[in-house]
Write a protein that binds this ligand. Structure first.
Ligand SMILES: O=C1O[C@H](COP(=O)(O)O)[C@@H](O)[C@H](O)[C@H]1O
Length: 271
């Protein structure tokens, strides 16, 4: 019998080829990135609905909210009646607080599309943070009854200038969370301090994960995440879907320090 330590090199190579191929796609600015992001959402939605009757989408907050909302609303005949939307992370504030990710999507997107209320999985922001995470875990389990960890068709992620993604921050114990679907955090270094977040097992179970990262403030960390020898030091570098696709959609200012080979799409690019 061959022990794990004795695997021949060829098996190791094979293991890595089973992992998702990462595609880094660079656009001159978010004006060119936005339509391709919207097209990615629609293509994965169409595929998901024809294969299993619904499209499950995980949304992040921050700069993604306005980029995504604007581009989706520009599409003709957008039909979201079979969408189920969750939040990759959420800040524990009331929905009318400007920091609420749900609140922002509600005013910029959900109120303008035909997604059913039952298709939007929100936190209960009136609960204490631990109970809020448990309540949101229950909602996700109900929405994904067949999965140990929910398998989303598409997760859209952002990355902060410190390399955080979702509400998974550098050097935080939550980076090692292996059992929970959703975790509470009370000491977020970025305000507000109380949040709930999907964990890496959920993120890495998705069928497709796409980061959207724009602006010069992301250039140094993007190089560290995509090219660095720091390995998983940056939370965003730990996003490696087990068998799903991984895209990095970035603009020129964010990509300014990269030396790896990237894709530079022309007009009409499809992902
Ligand atoms: O706090 C958060 O920040 C990240 C990154 O946001 P960005 O504005 O730098 O793009 C975001 O992905 C996350 O959902 C949010 O809670």
């Amino acid at each position: 019998m061959v022990s794990a330590l004795e695997f021949p090199k060829s098996s190791v190579i094979q293991t890595y080829t089973l992992m998702a191929a990462r595609r880094v796609v660079v656009f001159p600015s978010s004006a060119e990135l936005g339509p391709v992001l919207a097209q990615l959402v629609i293509s994965r939605a169409t595929k998901a609905i024809s294969s299993h009757g619904r499209f499950t989408l995980g949304l992040s907050g921050g700069s993604l909210v306005s980029i995504l909302s604007k581009e989706l609303l520009a599409l003709p005949d957008l039909d979201c009646s079979k969408w189920v939307v969750g939040f990759c992370d959420e800040r524990l504030v009331s929905f009318d607080d400007p920091e609420s990710t749900y609140g922002l999507y509600k005013s910029q997107l959900f109120s303008k599309i035909n997604i059913p209320d039952s298709g939007i999985l929100t936190i209960n922001s009136s609960l204490p943070v631990n109970e809020c995470a448990e309540d949101y875990t229950r909602k996700l389990k109900e929405a994904f009854p067949d999965d140990d960890f929910p398998v989303f068709d598409l997760l859209l992620l952002g990355m902060g200038p410190d390399g955080h993604t979702c509400s998974l921050f550098p050097d935080h114990p939550l980076l090692e969370e292996a059992k929970k679907i959703v975790a509470p955090i009370s000491d977020s270094p970025k305000p507000p301090p109380q949040r709930v977040t999907m964990t890496f097992p959920v993120v890495n179970s998705a069928r497709c994960v796409a980061f959207v990262s724009t602006g010069g403030s992301k250039a140094t960390v993007l190089k560290g995440v995509l090219e660095g020898s720091e390995g998983p030091a940056f939370p965003a570098a730990r996003v490696v879907p087990t068998s799903g696709e991984l895209f990095w959609l970035v603009d020129d200012p964010a990509a300014a320090s990269l030396t790896i080979q990237v894709e530079r799409p022309g007009s009409g690019t499809k992902l």
